[in-house]
Design a protein around this ligand. Structure first.
Ligand code: SF4
Ligand code: SF4
Length: 441
């Protein structure tokens, strides 16, 4: 790590006055009470490396990789120090020194860029899950022998869908065609849906497609009802997972692959109901840098909207009020901080779904999901989740709504003496209130 070579790190570290305000809102510090696990301490360690006081030691792994990248510290910080971004670059340096786990390289380089290979693997996992084979393998310890991460992932995915979101497109009125030489799924709005809406390129995130297709189906149905012409591309992963783990080169490759597809077709908006995908697509220009891809990334990012951001601006029939349903809302970090989306999902729930909204305390605190954080740091993730779920119960709500698949998975995993609370994406709550049936799981 060399701040002379990375002026961004040098500038950000300079802004940290070591005041300690970040101690009050950092979820990992609130659990560990350890200075190494808060922005001030993490930045201090990076500073010592940059100033040559120590090397990129193996021992730095926990402070660097146990950061949730939630951004809560930057919000509290007078200097708005981008600790999350410093962590990404420090992780990259750590990998350069100590290497990346092989399974991680395999996922980033072989699986995420290849949706067909990814789909084949997920079908196998889904079949194993639904037939009970994976449960047996888990009990016998076979999954752990293959990979401890795979074993934990299997435990987190309580159920896997029979049909992924892409499998459902034909039944939802999509047909296959070519646009600008690129194969797309296209759905023309019906006359009863109004045919003058915007052309929406819908970005299917990996979590939505393979694990929570119901929330994507709900979002697509609502966009169609609002008069949008819908295009679904054969996009690959948005690049956020490798980026978060500090593999910026792998993230750039995924972005470039997606840009080659999106550049060929005209559309008004690129939309995702996955708050993490929409946030990261908006960040593509800063990740990809300048050059021809940079211009395309800027053009795509400018037209990108989160589903909860675009839907309030579109005409949707208002169902009758359903105030007997009480809903509380968890703000995903990638919506509330990365995209400043706060009011829109709440407005959709109260005005469009017509439910009674109950605010919970600390609704914008990270739930501990943070992509695959619950796989890599299960104990810490669970402790952070405990605090969140206490707030949810305190609210008295019947349903917990949110807007990101990673949060849905995390918030649904609580195993406790308390009765479980249904966790739904905002799109699903709206569809429920309108009586629109969505295939699940
Ligand atoms: S990161 Fe910000 S809030 Fe935390 S110690 Fe540094 S200046 Fe203060
Ligand atoms: S990004 Fe989140 S977890 Fe990381 S230091 Fe900041 S507040 Fe703590």
């Amino acid at each position: 790590m060399d701040s002379a070579q990375d002026p961004f790190i040098a500038d950000e570290l300079l802004k940290c006055s070591r005041c300690g305000y970040c101690l009050s809102t950092c979820p990992t510090y609130r659990v560990t009470r350890d200075e190494r696990f808060v922005a001030r301490g993490r930045n201090e360690l990076v500073r010592q490396v940059c100033e040559g006081q120590m090397g990129v030691l193996e021992e730095l792994r926990d402070p660097l990789f146990e950061c949730l990248l939630c951004g809560a510290c930057s919000e509290t910080c007078f200097g708005s120090v981008s600790t999350d971004e410093i962590m990404v670059r420090a992780r990259e340096a750590w990998h350069q020194e100590h290497g990346q786990p092989r399974v991680q390289c395999l996922i980033f380089d072989q699986l995420l860029p290849d949706p067909q290979r990814m789909t084949r693997l997920m079908r196998l996992l889904s079949m194993g899950k639904r037939s009970g084979l994976s449960e047996l393998a888990h009990r016998l310890g076979a999954l752990r022998m293959i990979s401890p991460t795979l074993d934990k992932a299997d435990g987190l995915a309580r159920e896997m869908p029979r049909r992924f979101l892409r499998d459902r497109l034909p039944a939802m009125g999509f047909s296959r065609e070519k646009r600008g030489g690129v194969p797309v799924w296209r759905r023309q709005p019906g006359l009863d849906e109004g045919a003058s809406g915007p052309v929406v390129a819908y970005f299917i995130g990996c979590g939505t497609n393979y694990q929570l297709p119901a929330q994507g189906e709900a979002a697509l149905r609502l966009l169609g009802m609002a008069g949008c012409e819908l295009l679904v591309f054969d996009n690959c992963c948005c690049g956020l997972p490798p980026y978060s783990y500090g593999d910026r080169a792998a993230a750039r490759r995924l972005i470039s692959q997606n840009l080659a597809t999106f550049a060929a077709v005209e559309f008004d908006y690129l939309v995702s109901e996955c708050g993490s995908c929409s946030a990261f697509v908006k960040k593509w220009p800063s990740v990809i840098g300048t050059g021809p891809d940079g211009d395309i990334a800027a053009s795509v990012a400018e037209r990108t909207r989160d589903f909860t951001e675009l839907l309030p601006d579109l005409p949707l029939p208002r169902p009758g009020a359903t105030p007997s349903v009480r809903v509380t809302y968890h703000d995903p970090c990638h919506l509330v901080r990365s995209q400043c989306i706060v009011e829109q999902p709440r407005r959709l729930l109260s005005d469009v779904a017509g439910v009674e909204m109950l605010e919970m305390r600390e609704s914008d605190w990270c739930c501990g999901g943070a992509g695959s954080y619950n796989l890599t740091h299960p104990e810490l993730s669970e402790a952070i989740l405990d605090r969140k779920m206490a707030r949810v119960r305190e609210s008295g709500a019947d349903i917990l709504a949110t807007a990101c698949p990673a949060c849905v998975v995390q918030l649904s995993r609580e195993e406790s003496e308390h009765p479980p609370i249904p966790v739904l994406h905002v799109s699903e709550v709206i569809c429920q209130s309108m009586g629109i049936e969505i295939e699940r799981p």
